[in-house]
Design a protein around this ligand. Structure first.
Ligand code: SF4
Ligand code: SF4
Length: 395
């Protein structure tokens, strides 16, 4: 039997010099003011558990559970602490020793039995859409969070969408698990933009969920199984880049798929590299942008989405206060830790609404769902849409 906390690396934990410079950037520390809800406090706790200098305590696990995994701390840490890797390993280690919690066990079953299987997920999406039409989804909180479900995203015939004009690149496109069900319009806009940018877009048949939700919730074994399945699919085709329009998936693919090193690109990253034709249209729109944590902090991509939005004629771009601060969505976090998620969301909504924008653009489905639900609850008419949708309006 392996020793407890064997996945956590001593070398990774030792990179923290306890300077505290990450504290004010951490959303859970900002809300609570507690050291135990800070990156430094969590690293300290995990270090003691690993060394065996502090007994594992079920009560203290809640400090690990309350981490959003947003990696804002990683972005501001002067010591290069690989916090994303630490929290993923720490969560997987904690799952081995903690008392089973019905909520967490339920989320693991849902991930393994539903999210990891595209066919089952599509059926569940169709059932949720029918329930929504009958007004049945407003009963549960998770149902109320859902966007208005439309027809699910469909791959083109032959699994390729051809470039408009001469094809300069061949890219693979990650369809993913929940995005084609929750936000098919984001995928459709992303693919149209890639075609305009001279890309043949290939949709690898048999591709499954990338595993990001699994890894973020301490199921590294489940994530590894999905990686193996996906790598068999990707190895069967040739492509210059694997394009991802969901920040959480992009960050996971960059970290967790070493065989794709250098070829995983966020949509905005790729479009900024290859260039789009001059937009034909002119908009009359006030637009702001909410950084996705896994784009801004994990992938360090902040400039490209902003530059692309600003490049549209007639867009009045308004920078949001604390745009880089998490909205509280964080994958399954809003379901598992609704109280903290809501406290973080309330601050975010103040900042979003203070911009007075018509549209708040996002780069991740979790952020979109969280902000839509929050703005609805405040009776705001502000629209939330993926950066790709806003960009496509100009063509
Ligand atoms: S994680 Fe980085 S910024 Fe935070 S206390 Fe440790 S060394 Fe300092
Ligand atoms: S990942 Fe986010 S919530 Fe977790 S410690 Fe870092 S900044 Fe705080």
């Amino acid at each position: 039997m392996t020793a407890p906390f064997a996945r956590l690396s001593d070398d990774d934990l030792a990179t923290c010099v306890h300077c505290g410079l990450c504290l004010d950037a951490c959303p859970t520390f900002r809300v609570t003011g507690l050291e135990t809800e800070s990156p430094r406090g969590r690293i300290y706790l995990m270090t003691q558990w690993k060394r065996g200098t502090m007994p594992f305590d079920e009560e203290q696990v809640k400090h690990i559970d309350l981490c959003l995994g947003c990696r804002t701390c990683e972005g501001v840490c002067p010591s290069g602490v690989p916090y994303g890797r630490i929290i993923e390993a720490g969560r997987a280690d904690v799952e081995d020793v903690r008392r089973p919690s019905p909520k967490r066990a339920g989320s693991r079953i849902a991930l393994r039995q539903l999210v990891g299987h595209p066919g089952r997920l599509r059926l569940a999406g169709a059932a949720a859409r029918a329930a929504q039409r009958l007004g049945l989804t407003s009963v549960a909180r998770s149902g109320r969070m859902l966007p208005r479900l439309q027809s699910q995203f469909r791959r083109p015939p032959g699994d390729v969408a051809h470039a408009r004009g001469e094809a300069r690149y061949r890219v693979a496109f990650l369809v993913g698990c929940v995005m084609p069900i929750l936000y098919p319009q984001s995928h459709e806009a992303a693919v149209r933009l890639l075609q305009l940018a001279g890309c043949d877009v290939w949709f690898p048949a048999g591709e499954r969920c990338c595993g990001a939700l699994f890894a973020h919730n301490g199921d590294l074994k489940g994530a590894a199984r999905l990686r193996e399945a996906n790598m068999r699919v990707y190895s069967a085709g040739k492509f210059d880049a694997l394009v991802v329009d969901s920040a959480g998936c992009g960050a996971h693919l960059k970290d967790f798929y070493p065989d794709l090193k250098g070829r995983v690109k966020d949509l905005t990253e790729l479009l900024a590299e290859v260039g789009l034709p001059e937009p034909e249209g002119k908009l009359n729109l006030r637009v702001t942008y909410q950084d996705a944590c896994h784009l801004a902090h994990a992938q360090r991509i902040k400039k490209q989405p902003r530059d692309l939005i600003r490049s549209i004629q007639g867009v009045n771009y308004i920078e949001m206060r604390h745009a880089e601060m998490c909205c509280g969505a964080a994958g399954l976090y809003s379901t598992l830790e609704p109280e903290m998620s809501n406290r973080i969301l309330e601050e975010k909504l103040d900042d979003v609404m203070a911009t007075g924008a018509d549209v708040v653009t996002v780069a991740n489905p979790g952020c979109q769902m969280q902000l839509e639900a929050g703005l609805r609850s405040r009776g705001s008419a502000m629209r939330v849409e993926h950066v790709a949708e806003t960009l496509l309006r100009a063509y």
